[in-house]
Ligand binder design. Structure first.
Ligand SMILES: C[S@@+](CC[C@H](N)C(=O)[O-])C[C@H]1O[C@@H](n2cnc3c(N)ncnc32)[C@H](O)[C@@H]1O
Ligand code: SF4
Length: 373
């Protein structure tokens, strides 16, 4: 079982925190979609004829291009790959693109899950982070989606400078009234080459302090747990049976094919990434060349990936997987470190798995750093 990720690199505005590859120039959307279709055909054997369990349209803002383009890409995938009958097909959407027409067209083409980028319901903050929508549009779009889709997710960001515990509490309470089956809550990261990074360097903004961030994270966790959401990964909460199959595939290290500028792929041995430049991507594909760079994973890299990803999930770091796939027994090789982390009440062992405790769940980077080889 495998997944396909399609990167649609267009947005209306660039959010001040965002470092994904996107452009505001929509002139070559048609040419880019053609190039994406060429790439799908050229790489149809990448997943070794495994059946496709998930398709994920991410970005960028895939909701802002015509739904017909999305339909064409799904058709091309079905023509070239073997597709599972209960496939999950997700589209990332921005609130200002949620019209009834779009919702119905996406559904007609096979989309059965929507991931909506709300981030916050505070109009001042939405403005501050340079979002293209306001609170009213966000609420109206959540309502509309909930009337037409059973499976959808809301993205939130906590730790935004200027946001406060009480405001975040109101946001989350307002959102859960619509009973979203999935919520992703991300801690704001300030990456190089973003407006926020520049503002931070020039003292225009200050990073939120660690204690406030932990308070906000615990608040989200507590409210969502009371509402019967399961935290299956650090940032991901869902009602029973509504895990994102696509993202779970990444965390379980299943193979996936990433199509489009800047998209990443993984075939079990190699990780590769496409060029982050629309024009160069299109001209390479017009010559039937795949413009990517690849890196073979060493045994050490694979062990470290399993540790870093595993500790973030409810499934934990699986020693059985490490032993069978990589002949590495973490429980034996790192006995002293593990005993110390258990003593500090940061991790516990459940059969063959190492999992973070509640206390450890806010110190995941620290735990991973101790366990890396
Ligand atoms: C790939 S983005 C694109 C989704 C869509 N274009 C949008 O912005 O609504 C997916 C999600 O990642 C999160 N995200 C992106 N950059 C982030 C950052 N620097 N810190 C925390 N979360 C971030 C946001 O919640 C966003 O909705
Ligand atoms: S809309 Fe999404 S992808 Fe586009 S700039 Fe904002 S966060 Fe990034």
């Amino acid at each position: 079982m495998s997944g396909i990720y399609i990167h649609i690199p267009f947005c209306k505005k660039k959010c001040h925190y965002c470092d994904f590859y996107i452009t505001l120039n929509k002139n070559n959307v048609g040419k880019l979609i053609e190039a994406i279709k060429f790439e799908l055909i050229l790489r149809k054997n990448f997943l070794n004829k495994n059946s496709i369990e998930t398709i994920y349209f991410g970005g960028g803002t895939p909701s802002m291009i015509s739904p017909n383009y999305i339909g064409n890409i799904i058709k091309e995938i079905k023509n070239n790959f073997s597709v599972n009958s209960n496939i999950e097909i997700t589209i990332e959407a921005n609130p200002d693109d949620i019209s009834l027409d779009n919702l119905l067209k996406w559904k007609k083409y096979g989309i059965n899950r929507i991931s909506l980028g709300v981030q916050t319901l505070n109009d001042n903050l939405l403005n501050f982070i340079n979002r293209s929508h306001d609170k009213k549009t966000a609420i109206a779009s959540i309502k509309k989606i909930s009337e037409h889709y059973d499976n959808f997710s809301i993205d939130l960001i906590y730790g935004i400078p200027g946001n406060r515990y009480d405001k975040l509490k109101n946001d989350i309470k307002e959102i859960i009234k619509f009973n979203p089956p999935h919520i992703s809550a991300y801690n704001l990261t300030i990456e190089k080459k973003t407006v926020f990074y520049n503002w931070l360097k020039n003292n225009i903004i200050k990073k939120e302090n660690e204690r406030e961030i932990i308070k906000q994270f615990n608040l989200l966790k507590n409210i969502l747990e009371k509402e019967e959401y399961i935290q299956y990964e650090t940032s991901s909460f869902c009602k029973k049976g509504y895990e994102s199959k696509h993202n779970s595939g990444y965390w379980k290290r299943k193979k996936y094919l990433g199509i489009g500028p800047s998209a990443h792929s993984f075939d079990g041995k190699y990780r590769s990434w496409n060029i982050s430049d629309n024009n160069r991507y299109i001209s390479a594909l017009n010559k039937r060349i795949i413009p990517n760079t690849e890196e073979k994973l060493s045994k050490k890299m694979k062990i470290n990936e399993i540790i870093m990803i595993g500790i973030r999930t409810k499934w934990g770091i699986d020693n059985k997987q490490l032993i069978t796939q990589l002949k590495y027994d973490i429980l034996k090789n790192q006995k002293n470190t593990i005993d110390k982390l258990i003593n500090d009440k940061l991790i516990y062992i459940n059969r063959t798995k190492i999992k973070a405790t509640k206390k450890g769940s806010i110190l995941l980077d620290y735990i991973a750093e101790k366990l890396l080889v």
